[in-house]
Design a protein around this ligand. Structure first.
Ligand code: HEC
Length: 140
């Protein structure tokens, strides 16, 4: 009940931020290529509604990723989103990079942005959910 209400608020916030995020991204003028559509991976892995860590709903985190991160980083974070090559989005699944950075560094990057990457003013739970999502996409 209480938790449900909080989640509903978070959803509203995420959707608002998601829309703001769309307005902020630079114009996507690149032509579509087949690679844009090539997003394999475990089917169903993205639709889980289980809570992720600190209480942010996994569906909410996935929605936040789709709206705010996908255009550059792609569905798995490999940097293969539609704008990935244009901004040179790095491969976040790279185990060497994953080993080098801390969770708080990743959270800070999301909040403050870095070079071509814009800053994201998202709720704490969503940010930590996104950090966990990045960690979960680590390549073996
Ligand atoms: C407009 C394209 C764009 C969007 C949207 C975007 N990023 Fe990035 N991201 C980049 C680029 C480019 C870099 C490389 C920045 C650099 O180091 O110069 C980057 C770097 C990163 C890094 C690694 C930072 C480092 O120094 O190693 C993380 C983690 C990251 N992004 C997560 C996210 C998350 C999570 C989102 C969504 C909330 C997101 N990004 C949205 C373009 C983007």
């Amino acid at each position: 009940m209480k938790r449900g209400k909080r989640l509903a608020l978070l959803w509203r916030a995420a959707i608002a931020f998601a829309l703001a995020g769309c307005d902020r991204t630079p114009g996507d003028v690149r032509e579509w290529t087949p690679a844009d559509h090539d997003q394999p991976g475990q089917p169903g892995a993205q639709v889980s509604a289980r809570p992720a860590g600190d209480g942010a709903d996994q569906g909410l985190v996935d929605l936040a990723w789709q709206r705010n991160c996908f255009t550059c980083h792609g569905s798995k974070g490999r940097g293969d989103g539609p704008q990935g090559p244009m901004v040179r989005a790095p491969d976040l699944t790279d185990p060497a990079w994953q080993d080098r950075v801390t969770d708080s560094y990743i959270a800070e990057t999301i909040r403050k942005g870095r070079n071509q990457m814009p800053a994201f003013d998202l709720p704490d739970q969503v940010v930590s959910g996104l950090v966990q999502r990045v960690r979960a996409s680590r390549a073996r």
